[in-house]
Design a protein around this ligand. Structure first.
Ligand SMILES: C[S@@+](CC[C@H](N)C(=O)[O-])C[C@H]1O[C@@H](n2cnc3c(N)ncnc32)[C@H](O)[C@@H]1O
Length: 250
């Protein structure tokens, strides 16, 4: 069989067309949203690891971050919410491969065993810094900003405490670190689409009080950012619908 391989341009056009068509398929979108809600009963998002450390993300969203880092080449990645440290190791791996500088994680509490894990990867670990404290504390933010200096080639990922007030405050503070063409990911916007508190784990956020409501409020008051719909369209399974923001180039 002599099948002609598509050119890269043809392949990209096909990808864009099929992603756009998939985004229009309401029944498929509903199934995907239902799957995420149903699987959460079994802590589906807790099943992923990077270099052995748990990452509380879907692999789809991690791939999206990888594509963002490849395209926008941030020097720094700032993430609020460290948990088990797997996401910091993931980001450090990307910066190490692509020539970025440092990953800065912020968490209200990081246990010693997580620090030990983060320190155990030689040169990769040298790229990782953890700032302890609440992400919305002005002194914590000032420490992070001092570590970055004037650089605005920064990817920000907000994944800490998912109430409206907290995330809105994070968006207002941390968006200032992101320069033109760079990205801000507001995690767990999908909470808005969970029909009711069906979760097996009671949380202080839910419908009407979550990262999506915070993001809506933020986008109403700040016109520097736009939702990257191309990422949105192709993911299908994502915990962050509408949460991939690109800083506009003027
Ligand atoms: C969803 S987990 C982070 C998951 C991690 N980003 C990942 O992808 O694996 C949320 C984390 O936010 C932290 N957290 C809760 N409140 C916080 C606050 N006010 N400031 C910073 N971190 C906070 C928790 O301690 C927890 O480790």
């Amino acid at each position: 069989m002599n099948r002609k391989l598509l050119t890269r341009e043809e392949f990209e056009a096909l990808r864009r067309e099929s992603a756009a068509a998939m985004a229009q398929d309401a029944a498929l979108q509903r199934k995907a949203a239902d799957l995420i809600v149903e699987a959460d009963r079994y802590y589906w998002i807790h099943q992923t690891t990077w270099l052995g450390a748990p990452v509380l993300q879907l692999p789809q969203d991690m791939f999206a971050v990888q594509e963002i880092v490849f395209r926008s080449r941030p020097r720094f990645i700032v993430e609020t919410g460290v948990a088990w440290g797997g996401s910091l190791l993931f980001h450090a791996t990307l910066l190490s491969a692509l020539g970025g500088e440092r990953v800065i994680g912020i968490d209200i509490h990081t246990p010693e065993h997580v620090h030990r894990t983060l320190r155990s990867f030689g040169p990769l670990s040298d790229r990782i810094a953890v700032v302890e404290g609440s992400s919305t504390d002005q002194a914590v933010f000032d420490r992070v900003r001092a570590m970055i200096g004037d650089c605005r080639d920064v990817l920000v990922i907000l994944d800490s405490f998912h109430t409206h007030e907290h995330v809105l405050q994070e968006l207002r503070l941390y968006s200032s670190l992101v320069g033109e063409g760079h990205y801000l990911v507001c995690c767990d916007t999908h909470v808005e689409y969970i029909p009711e508190i069906v979760s097996n784990r009671p949380r202080p956020w839910g419908k009407g009080n979550n990262p999506k409501t915070a993001l809506d409020a933020f986008l109403n008051e700040n016109d520097r950012f736009e939702i990257d719909r191309d990422i949105e369209r192709k993911l299908l399974l994502t915990l962050h619908p509408g949460g991939y923001l690109r800083c506009r180039t003027r």
